[in-house]
Design a protein around this ligand. Structure first.
Ligand SMILES: C[S@@+](CC[C@H](N)C(=O)[O-])C[C@H]1O[C@@H](n2cnc3c(N)ncnc32)[C@H](O)[C@@H]1O
Length: 241
């Protein structure tokens, strides 16, 4: 009884520390961090749902933009033994936190899972590995349209056929920008949305809103088609435009 209260307290303390760390870094650089708080458990659960759906066998999974590890933690507990998780995070202080999280997890579960933390931008990830699932936490709404296109192309190339990409967008950001941002900013954001909509039109797509997050977020899931169902090459090329 006492022990479980102690471990609940430890989890609360951990979330408090991570929450403050996240907020501090977001205040310094909101454009690259893209949020004021880590994702809620409900959002992390929705983003990792496709991984759990495949979890009868070892999987290769990539997480991009992991922050303080809200989604990383959900992935590490969902992945079956023999899986590999590559976690990419551009911010060095967050990456240090993720190293600690991965080391603690591996201390508990042993070498059953391989977790690798890469401190760099996902655009610079040097890999020829393919993935069953990619979970992206990147703040696309703050990026330039070209950068979003480069990253989405990369994600879809890195997925095995049948693999899934999940990412999220906060609800209401377009309206907020229309009210508060400059015209250039509004146009940039609209162009980013158009790029993402292009991919969603050409890949099997599903979405759901997670209200239990601050702010509520829409989770998108794109599936790379299996070879038999793959669209003609010219259609795939057009999908990125
Ligand atoms: C909105 S936060 C999401 C954090 C975490 N996934 C969560 O849900 O709580 C976005 C994260 O992406 C990271 N990031 C931004 N641009 C990146 C890039 N090009 N490559 C890798 N990480 C990036 C930021 O440092 C930040 O930690």
């Amino acid at each position: 009884m006492n022990n479980s209260r102690t471990s609940d307290d430890r989890v609360l303390e951990l979330h408090r520390v991570e929450g403050w760390m996240f907020l501090r870094e977001a205040v310094r650089d909101i454009r690259s961090i893209g949020a004021l708080a880590p994702s809620s458990r409900a959002l992390a659960h929705a983003l990792t749902q496709p991984v759990r759906a495949h979890s009868g066998r070892p999987l290769n999974v990539l997480e991009a933009g992991a922050g303080t590890g809200a989604v990383t933690r959900a992935l590490m507990s969902a992945l079956p033994a023999g899986s590999r998780l590559d976690v990419v995070e551009a911010h060095p202080r967050f990456a240090a936190r993720l190293h600690h999280l991965a080391a603690t997890h591996q201390h508990l579960v042993g070498p059953a899972q391989q977790v690798h933390i890469h401190t760099r931008r996902v655009e610079q990830l040097d890999t020829d590995r393919c993935y069953d699932g990619i979970v992206s936490g990147l703040p696309f709404a703050n990026f330039e349209p070209d950068q979003v296109e480069e990253i989405m192309d990369r994600y879809l190339k890195l997925l095995y056929p049948g693999g899934t990409l999940t990412y999220f967008a906060y609800r209401g950001t377009r309206k907020a920008r229309m009210l508060l941002a400059s015209r250039t900013e509004t146009l940039r954001h609209r162009a980013v949305e158009a790029v993402l909509a292009g991919y969603r039109r050409h890949f099997h797509t599903a979405s759901r809103t997670i209200w239990a997050n601050l702010p509520p977020a829409k989770v998108w899931r794109l599936t790379r088609p299996l070879p038999a169902a793959a669209p003609a090459p010219h259609a795939v090329a057009a999908a990125g435009r």
